[in-house]
Design a protein around this ligand. Structure first.
Ligand SMILES: Cc1ncc(COP(=O)(O)O)c(C=O)c1O
Length: 457
């Protein structure tokens, strides 16, 4: 038997960015096309930064959600949460797929009506509903979920003026084991507040309690919290039936399903952590199904927001500058900042190069273009060595950025929709100074063309 030859022990330097036994580092992934459309061509045609939506992804996610719950429960209604993204094109896709609208303000309500959604297909939520808003919602037959006892009083007055009973639901907050609990919205279950208000509604006789609503939080990574939510809601429904003879028309479990975005606090990418729609449905449907007689099943509302639209949105950006920080870390300055990427405060958004810049990678800090220290998109991400003019794609971008964005320092860019057959449609034009200034008024006495202006040589 021959002896193995002696091999001198050695330490082999691991070259950052090269393939190794653990596979390809994620920083080497690129995004050079979106739904088959080359990113460089999009930038050439529409400029940078550029927000892009995939119509196919939205429709697929909607169909997936409908299928997951529809398979397990016969009466499911999705109500698209407008605050997540209320671009007309995005809402219209949701409505074409069968969604109603879920709104929390007068302007969202108006947007849904303008798109042709009847009041009776609009779910009205939120902690602040002025009398004028309630009046419109009642007149249109909208689905109103009250958030406080004050709204009961306001609605009773409106009902008296209309001369008929007004149907309402109550929003309930509860302990599902998830902390911190979202207990500032609606009426509390455990301390008896929700029950007392239900009793008050019944005894007032001007309103009819027909629904229960709860939205326990957002980006909920464990379906067991929904399970607890529906167990509690079903027990409450049964109490309402026994004590007041109430038969519920609907049961609304709110939104909150996680998208595939990555929360800053999580180590693993959310694609490993986020439950599927099937997992959420599995936790909920059987319980509701078992709690009501089969001929009196309430309509099950889902108010899903982020999980339907986040992955459908992309932000294409361009490197404006590269620099070496005093710490030695390399930094990129992009043409898009936190003013249009609010979600970068709580997500580690994925940042992918478009061009092939080789295998060598370095840690980078990614800054936006704003003159603010907090304009940081990612505080540490490995990327190849990019130069001024190179592009990056940031994702998932579709949820909450475009309703919370501002024109601080830089204006908001073009938004493009890629259709199912590759159509390219601008769904929002880029802003300009005249758009920004159109609501302002300059008092005549401040006009610089007026006499009295101090002139300097
Ligand atoms: C009442 C209500 N419903 C639905 C949603 C949508 O939530 P998500 O985007 O987490 O699905 C929200 C968001 O906070 C909400 O407040």
């Amino acid at each position: 038997m021959s002896k193995d030859s002696y091999e001198k022990p050695s330490i082999v330097r691991h070259t950052a960015g090269m393939m190794n036994e653990f596979g390809r580092p994620s920083g080497l992934n690129r995004c050079y096309e979106i739904d088959g459309v080359p990113v460089e061509a999009l930038v050439k045609e529409y400029g940078s930064p550029l927000v892009v939506f995939s119509e196919s992804t939205i429709r697929e996610r909607h169909a997936e959600l409908q299928r997951a719950f529809g398979l397990r429960y016969p009466k499911v209604q999705i109500a698209w949460s407008y605050k997540t993204n209320y671009l007309n094109a995005i809402c219209s896709i949701m409505h074409q797929e069968g969604s109603w609208a879920e709104v929390v303000s007068e302007h969202e309500y108006e947007m849904a009506k303008v798109l042709g959604i009847e009041g009776k297909r609009i779910v009205v939520n939120g902690p602040y509903k002025p009398d004028t808003f309630l009046l419109t919602a009642v007149r249109d037959g909208a689905v109103i979920n009250i958030d406080s006892l004050d709204e009961v009083y306001a609605l009773e007055k409106i009902a008296a003026a209309f001369g008929g009973q007004v149907e309402i639901g109550i929003r309930i907050n509860m302990d599902t084991g998830m902390y911190p609990a979202w207990d500032r919205f609606g009426l509390n279950l455990e301390n008896g507040q929700a029950y007392e208000v239900a009793k008050r509604i019944v005894s007032g006789a001007k309103l009819k309690l027909t629904g229960l609503h709860s939205h326990i939080g957002t980006f909920i990574l464990d379906p067991k919290f929904y399970q607890q939510e529906v167990i509690s809601l079903c027990a409450f429904a049964s109490r309402l039936k026994d004590d007041f003879g109430i038969t519920l028309k609907y049961f609304n479990i709110g939104g909150g399903f996680a998208s595939r975005n990555r929360l800053k606090s999580t180590y693993l990418p959310t694609s490993y952590l986020a439950p599927t729609f099937d997992a959420y449905a599995e936790a909920v449907c059987n319980i509701v199904l078992g709690a009501f007689p089969h001929d009196k099943l309430p309509l099950l509302f889902l108010e899903t927001g982020r999980a339907l639209v986040d992955e459908a949105g992309y932000l294409i950006t361009t490197v404006g500058a590269t620099k070496r920080l005093p710490s030695g870390v390399r930094a990129l300055v992009l043409d898009a900042g936190v003013n249009i990427m609010v979600t970068s405060f709580w997500y580690d958004l994925e940042i992918l190069p478009v061009q092939d810049r080789g295998y060598f990678m370095e840690d980078h800090v990614i800054y936006g273009p704003l003159c603010m220290q907090i304009d940081v998109i990612r505080d540490l991400v490995k990327l190849p060595i990019l130069n001024r003019g190179d592009n990056l794609v940031i994702k998932p971008f579709g949820a909450y950025n475009l309703t919370q964005w501002t024109q601080f320092i830089r204006m908001r860019p073009t938004i493009l929709l890629i259709g199912q057959n590759g159509e390219l449609d601008v769904i929002r034009d880029p802003e300009d100074v005249s758009y920004l200034k159109q609501k302002e008024r300059l008092p005549e006495r401040l006009s610089l063309s007026r006499k009295g202006t101090k002139e300097k040589d």
